[in-house]
Design a protein around this ligand. Structure first.
Ligand code: CA
Ligand code: CA
Ligand code: CA
Ligand code: CA
Length: 621
């Protein structure tokens, strides 16, 4: 297909992402549709990437005028408030950041030059690095640019004390190092039972091996997993099912200080350029050879694609053939969907599958991404966070290797139109058995409000309650998310073992926040931590089906998803008022299938491959 070269040539210079997108037609676009529309847009906006600053300014100004003329106010919500069950309104998310002892502010390294990388970080992670059953917190940080040393800024590791407080153990863990960091992925790549850390960044990446004694060792060089691009999200995935976790790393654009470009919103001051100004870069795939070494198989596996401007990755077995596929969100380039051919190679299928573009045929500014079978259709669907004036993509999996974006016809589309969405994940915060969705938002340009009055730099997060039958209601403000942030990373974990998932959020150039889910634990749940034996130790890729009271829910243990962030690997299944899971069926990556019966609700079970319950830890309620 010549689509890569075509999208590459239509790419340079245009400010397409800032144009208002007509609110969607549910009509499906064909292979021709997207390219025709996108092609027409690009003709209007076709500027070469090396173009003089004055011309870039003109394009931005024209785009802005068009925006102000074209953008219509959006009704806050069209869903009826009474649809929200009374049960849910009693739930709230409480900001416990200070109380918990988390004191972190992201450092962008900005010194007035408005470098693109300053706007993109940071991610965050939950990792139970000391295996005490309580998820600990890892926060990614930036640092000074070369030649502009003003301070020492490091990532931070906070140990969960199990009593609602955390202790900064960064130095003790050997992680008080300076990295211009972006994203993080957690996985036990050497199957020793202790989770390891991969951190992406600008021009460097690091693999930290968990030494089992509260410390980490940088093994990047011997492992062969450095990534010298502008890295973003990463995911651990055993794509060849040999029992060893492999590593997928997204790269954003080709950027360096010396070829930083000048863009301006007002003709007088420099603004942050959008990614159209820069060339793309390929994501990378590293195959785990064992013995702590990896091979870069990007080319060999069919992943190589320098037109990508990828920011997010979701591991998703979208055709349910038992082999993990990879959905990659791209900023102003079409999204990618790498179908696993079962032989170590992938075939890119995003256009055929309908997730490459918006329903209007535009390659949107895509960031965060997650997969979930939110309506129990039997196949995992995809949600993708997009730029402001572009709604979320809520790609429903039709079960025939085809997705339909249902956001334009739902409250998800309307509520997210003005948001610039980064961190994004599905989780069941009220444990009613329906997976809800959290979205962390924030613009990249501090002055955006002067040019686009409806769009703000700091933005409210969105929390979508799943009402069933593909209906969602936005309840973020009601449940305690009342402050606007310049949010980037977002992750969830049950920090206090009460069964209800809590939320961690990072801000660009701002604080990290920890929100405790209060009241979600009034419903019953079971939590499953998988421990592979033939399969990778974390059980990443295991499909867990929980049947209770006649209904079945399923989730896959996964790394990656959201934006540059990693949620806990333990799965939470809301059971509503049911007091047990009638059956728990685990299909491991090895093919082994274990079924357990009558597991009592309100405990976290660690289940080993073969069906042994290694531990059952009752919730603290
Ligand atoms: Ca812990
Ligand atoms: Ca390990
Ligand atoms: Ca493998
Ligand atoms: Ca729910």
């Amino acid at each position: 297909m010549n689509q890569q070269s075509e999208s590459g040539s239509q790419n340079p210079g245009g400010q397409r992402r800032r144009w208002p997108i007509a609110s969607g037609r549910l009509q499906r676009t064909t292979d021709n549709g997207p390219r025709t529309i996108a092609g027409a847009q690009s003709k209007i906006q076709n500027l070469k990437s090396k173009i003089a600053g004055a011309l870039v300014f003109l394009a931005v100004a024209l785009a802005s005028v068009a925006l102000m003329a074209g953008l219509k106010p959006v009704p806050a919500s069209t869903s009826s408030a009474k649809a929200l069950a009374s049960d849910s309104t009693a739930i709230r998310f409480e900001d416990i950041t200070q109380k918990a002892g988390i004191d972190f502010t992201h450092y962008t390294g900005a010194f007035g030059k408005k470098y693109l990388p300053e706007t993109m970080g940071p991610g965050c992670a939950f990792i139970d690095y000391d295996n005490d059953g309580y998820p600990d917190i890892l926060l990614i940080n930036g640092k000074d640019f070369p030649g502009h040393k003003t301070r020492r800024a490091t990532l931070k590791l906070y140990h969960n004390n199990g009593n609602g407080t955390f202790t900064d153990v960064t130095a003790k863990a050997g992680l008080d190092i300076e990295i211009y960091g972006m994203g993080v992925a957690v996985g036990d790549y050497d199957n020793d039972g202790w989770d390891d850390i991969y951190i992406t960044g600008l021009g460097e990446a690091h693999l930290f091996h968990n030494e089992h004694n509260g410390t980490f060792k940088d093994v990047t060089r011997t492992a062969g997993v450095n990534n010298t691009g502008f890295g973003a999200s990463a995911a651990w995935v055993d794509y060849d099912k040999d029992g060893k976790l492999d590593l997928f790393v997204t790269n954003y654009v080709k950027w360096s200080e010396k070829d930083d470009l000048y863009c301006t919103l007002d003709g007088r001051h420099k603004s942050y350029c959008t990614p159209e100004a820069y060339k793309g870069d390929t994501p990378r795939l590293f195959h785990n050879l064992g013995n702590g070494r990896f091979e870069d198989v990007t080319q060999k596996a069919g992943i190589y694609d320098p037109t990508s401007k990828s920011l997010g990755v979701a591991v998703i077995d979208y055709d349910m053939d038992g082999w993990p596929d990879l959905a990659v969100s791209n900023d102003t380039e079409r999204n990618k969907l790498y179908h696993n051919n079962h032989n170590g190679t992938f075939t890119e299928q995003a256009v055929q599958a309908g997730i490459a573009f918006s329903e209007d045929g535009v390659a949107r500014g895509a960031m965060g991404i997650d997969e979930d079978d939110f309506d129990q259709a039997g196949y995992p669907s995809l949600a993708i966070g997009n730029f402001s004036n572009q709604m979320l993509g809520l790609y429903h999996n039709e079960g025939n290797r085809f997705f339909i974006d249902i956001a334009p016809s739902s409250s998800v589309g309307r509520a997210s139109l003005l948001s610039l969405s980064f961190g994004l994940f599905f989780f069941d915060y009220d444990l009613d058995g329906l997976e809800d969705m959290f979205v962390a938002n924030g613009h990249i340009e501090p002055d955006i409000g002067r040019i686009q009055p409806q769009v703000t730099y700091a933005q409210l997060p969105l929390l979508f309650h799943n009402e069933g039958q593909d209906k969602f209601q936005e309840v973020g403000k009601q449940l305690g998310f009342t402050r606007r942030w310049v949010a980037r990373g977002a992750a969830y974990a049950d920090i206090d073992n009460d069964g209800a998932p809590d939320i961690l959020i990072t801000n660009n150039g701002g604080p990290a926040y920890l929100f405790h889910n209060v009241g979600g634990s009034r419903n019953n749940a079971i939590r499953i931590r998988t421990a592979g034996t033939r399969s990778n130790r974390d059980g990443i890729g295991a499909l867990v089906r929980v049947t209770s009271g006649g209904s079945t829910n399923w989730q896959t243990v996964h790394s990656g998803s959201s934006y540059c962030s990693q949620s806990e690997l333990t799965l939470t299944f809301g059971l509503g008022k049911a007091t047990q899971a009638d059956s728990v069926e685990i299909t491991w990556p090895s093919g082994q299938r274990d079924t357990l019966h009558n597991l009592k609700a309100n405990a976290t079970y660690t289940i080993e491959e073969g069906g042994t319950i290694v531990s059952a830890k009752p919730f603290r309620r």
